[in-house]
Ligand binder design. Structure first.
Ligand SMILES: CC/C=C\C/C=C\C/C=C\CC/C=C/CC(=O)SCCNC(=O)CCNC(=O)[C@H](O)C(C)(C)COP(=O)(O)OP(=O)(O)OC[C@H]1O[C@@H](n2cnc3c(N)ncnc32)[C@H](O)[C@@H]1OP(=O)(O)O
Length: 306
């Protein structure tokens, strides 16, 4: 009731005075620290993001929805630089309190091919540490964002590509592509935060099957198991469907929505926050195993030979 009352005001710029009162009342009610609360207060302060060639952010002034487009040709391989650009874009979106974000790709047939294999093959420890830490940052920011998120999956989304999509709250995918977490097929143990996103998307049983088998699903099969929410014939339609999903929140208190999302995801976020170093160590030691390195090298060759 209290939240709903305030919600109508949050569709306009909150004056400092309003914000102070709001902060006081809600932090008393929900026993939160002021800083935590401010981070979760909705508002509408739209912006135009400084351009980064790797990630384009386009905010619709009317709806307040941002379309975040990964732009690293040919396949949006997730490199340190792409993760850095995504991390920065997510900060900008959070600081400017947009009303929702849609993640998509500028590559015509690939959403993202997952982690850039060049980051994983014969890695330099210092760079890999920065890479892995930024990867963790991106997940924490995307999975834990105060604004609602959706993925318009306009192409293949294996491994890390699927992972980005399932860190969002809603997924619309175009037909005839593949999506899934094929890590075990590459000899990799899925990290803690990947498992959390998967369990949050499909049933525990499907998550177990999908992760242990490393299955890549067709768009149609992904819909059957709930890995995606809808199919749209092409990218523009996929973005439209994501916008429709996000527009539903116009009738929901954004404070209540964001706190509810946070409370549902809090345990997963804290789990990683509490073991970031350990998570890195586990993957580093897995990664530098000679057998894993050989598997990655062979795999890269097989992709090039196609
Ligand atoms: C193997 C990892 C081992 C250990 C990691 C350890 C710990 C990490 C654990 C978990 C972290 C979370 C998990 C993430 C794991 C990953 O994300 S690993 C990456 C897995 N990705 C894939 O298996 C997808 C590989 N790519 C494809 O299947 C196809 O490229 C795709 C279907 C996406 C597109 O097909 P198509 O349009 O035909 O394009 P091409 O295959 O011709 O590719 C174009 C060029 O791009 C290069 N390329 C493709 N994928 C990657 C990639 N992931 N990284 C770097 N480069 C890639 C490909 O070689 C072609 O290059 P070329 O033009 O020939 O030079």
């Amino acid at each position: 009731m209290l939240l709903t009352l305030f919600e109508s005001h949050t569709h306009f710029f909150l004056s400092m005075f309003q914000k102070m009162i709001l902060t006081k009342i809600i932090s008393n009610t929900l026993s939160l620290h002021k800083k935590q609360l401010i981070e979760w207060l909705p508002a509408v302060r739209y912006f135009s993001s400084p351009t980064n060639p790797l990630v384009n952010v386009d905010v619709n002034d009317k709806s307040g929805i941002a379309v975040v487009t990964m732009n690293r040709k040919p396949v949006n391989g997730l490199s340190l630089e792409l993760f850095e650009a995504m991390s920065k874009a997510l900060d900008d979106l959070e600081n400017n309190r947009i009303r929702g974000a849609i993640l998509t790709s500028s590559c015509p047939t690939v959403f993202s091919a997952g982690l850039d294999l060049n980051e994983l093959y014969q890695p330099d420890k210092k760079r890999f540490k920065a890479f892995w830490t930024t990867f963790q940052d991106v997940w924490l920011k995307l999975y834990g964002s105060s604004f609602p998120t959706a993925a318009a999956i306009n192409g293949h989304a294996p491994a890390g590509g699927c992972f980005l999509a399932i860190s969002c709250e809603y997924r619309v995918m175009c037909p005839d592509y593949k999506i899934g977490l094929n890590e075990t097929r590459l000899g990799i143990i899925a990290p803690i935060f990947l498992r959390a996103s998967m369990r949050n998307t499909v049933s525990n049983r499907e998550a177990e099957k999908a992760l242990t088998l490393g299955t890549l699903y067709s768009t149609e099969d992904a819909l059957k198991i709930g890995l995606i929410d809808e199919i749209a014939i092409y990218k523009v339609k996929a973005i439209e469907r994501c916008e429709n999903f996000l527009a539903q929140f116009n009738n929901v208190s954004s404070i209540a929505r964001s706190f509810t999302k946070r409370s549902l995801r809090q345990k997963d976020l804290e789990e990683l926050e509490n073991c970031r170093e350990e998570d890195f160590n586990i993957f580093w030691s897995n990664l530098i195993e000679p057998s894993v390195q050989k598997q990655i090298g062979d795999y890269m060759q097989s992709l090039k030979k196609k």
